[in-house]
Design a protein around this ligand. Structure first.
Ligand code: FMN
Ligand code: EPS
Length: 388
């Protein structure tokens, strides 16, 4: 399974093409739209999210509620495009004159300057349109299809916020996946704890009032994994590495950790590694899950627990200094609109990119063009591993 996305932030539409999804997977547009709706929410989003009402047109690969096995094509229209036809439309000289302003002022923390130098774009709009996190809507659409597939295979994925601007949400680690899903969906900051929800909301509002932005930590929790997905035999087959890559590829993500992650550096081995147990019902299990569901690049069968850290949004109402690429003069960046915190939305993005990586790993381990056959192979494998 693989996917590509195309489209600019203020262009006509975003397109996602997913290849390799087996046939006969039941799927509805509403399942994809539900994921897209969740990504648009979260306290701290800017005015753009009031303009967009993301929904996916299923333009290929799905018929009568089932996948066909052919490439799936999903289209999300940018409602904001109607305000940008002069700048993003096909006509280079609308109304017969060149009324377009080019962007010559790179924003610190964005792809603008590096992208301009690399692609030879003196109009930095040609960079910022594509580097914008608007593209994560298209990624969530792909992940939504993956999540439907995982759900059919008994694998559930939850994404939520663990920390915003140093406010850490405590919660009972034994909380069930269903409860994690329910709580994160109901919270305005996608977190699992009611008390810190209010604190986080306030921190976001305060940052906005100060013209500043804040970041945080998102976590994804996956339950129902079979042991042995991924591999130790070659570096590029390690599933934890692939998940790490997918998390790091989300805009503004600066780090990733599994289980106790960086905390492991401070502990003795006896306080890090998870002892192995066995019982009739479960087969092999780990008595703790400090390593977050991975050993040797493979799943242990315990829940996958992965965190990603998001830097504060780079566009600030309190302007940062930069240099105009035409005049070479310094300027203070002024802005019209931006998110002040997008960690809640990013937790939804992270949930979906991790889901895609796992669905991909399963389809590589049990390749089949026909979903019921893939499911049967996975069920047989689960039984085999349980009796090992
Ligand atoms: C869901 C989401 C929403 C974002 N919204 C904004 C925004 O409104 N303004 C902004 O400057 N950056 C925003 N970003 C972050 C930028 O896209 C990102 O920092 C920029 O493209 C540079 O990439 P890098 O931070 O990965 O180096 C957002 C990121 C995500 C994941
Ligand atoms: C459009 C989305 O996020 C955008 C991501 C983004 C950025 O620079 O990454 C900047 C903002 O775009 P605009 O300047 O159009 O308001 C966000 O709104 C979205 O998440 O769908």
């Amino acid at each position: 399974m693989r996917y590509l996305t195309a489209g600019e932030s203020h262009g006509k539409q975003l397109t996602t093409i997913i290849e390799g999804v087996p046939s006969h997977l039941p799927i509805t547009q509403e399942q994809i739209n539900d994921s897209l709706r969740r990504r648009q929410g979260g306290h701290g989003r800017g005015k753009r999210m009031q303009i967009e009402k993301d929904t996916a047109d299923m333009t290929g690969g799905i018929r009568h509620g089932y996948t066909l096995g052919s490439p799936i094509s999903l289209v999300i229209h940018n409602d904001d495009f109607k305000h940008w036809t002069d700048i993003m439309g096909e006509d280079p000289f609308p109304e017969g004159k060149n009324i377009r302003r080019t962007v010559s002022r790179p924003r610190p923390g964005h792809a603008d300057l590096n992208g301009g130098m690399k692609y030879g774009h003196r109009d930095l709009r040609n960079v910022l349109e594509r580097s914008s996190a608007r593209e994560t809507a298209a990624r969530v659409a792909a992940g939504a299809v993956a999540k439907v597939m995982l759900e059919e295979l008994g694998i559930k994925v939850a994404g939520y916020v663990r920390e915003i601007a140093g406010i850490v949400s405590p919660f009972d680690e034994s909380m069930s996946i269903e409860e994690r899903i329910e709580k994160s969906h109901a919270s305005p900051v996608n977190t699992l704890d009611d008390e810190t929800t209010e604190e986080m909301k306030k921190a976001i509002d305060d940052a906005k009032k100060d013209g500043d932005s804040i970041g945080g930590v998102a976590e994804v929790y996956v339950e129902g994994m079979p042991a042995g997905l991924g591999s130790y035999v070659q570096y590029d087959k390690k599933l934890d590495a692939k998940i790490g890559f997918s998390v790091m590829s989300i805009n503004a993500f600066k780090g990733v950790e599994f289980g106790i992650g960086f905390e492991a550096a401070k502990r003795n081995g006896s306080e890090v590694h998870d002892e192995i147990g066995w019982d009739e019902e479960r087969g092999y299990y780990r008595k703790t899950n400090r390593l977050g569901g991975f050993e040797g690049g493979m799943t242990t069968g315990m829940p996958i627990v992965v965190k990603g850290v998001m830097k504060p949004i780079p566009t600030l109402y309190k302007p940062l200094q930069s240099v105009d690429i035409e005049s070479k003069e310094p300027f203070s960046a002024s802005i019209e609109r931006s998110d002040s915190c997008a960690v809640p939305a990013a937790s939804v993005v992270m949930e979906h990119v991790v889901a895609f990586e796992i669905a991909k790993a399963i389809s590589e381990e049990f390749p089949s063009d026909y979903f019921p056959r893939l499911k049967e192979a996975l069920d047989n494998y689960r039984e085999e591993v349980r009796n090992f």
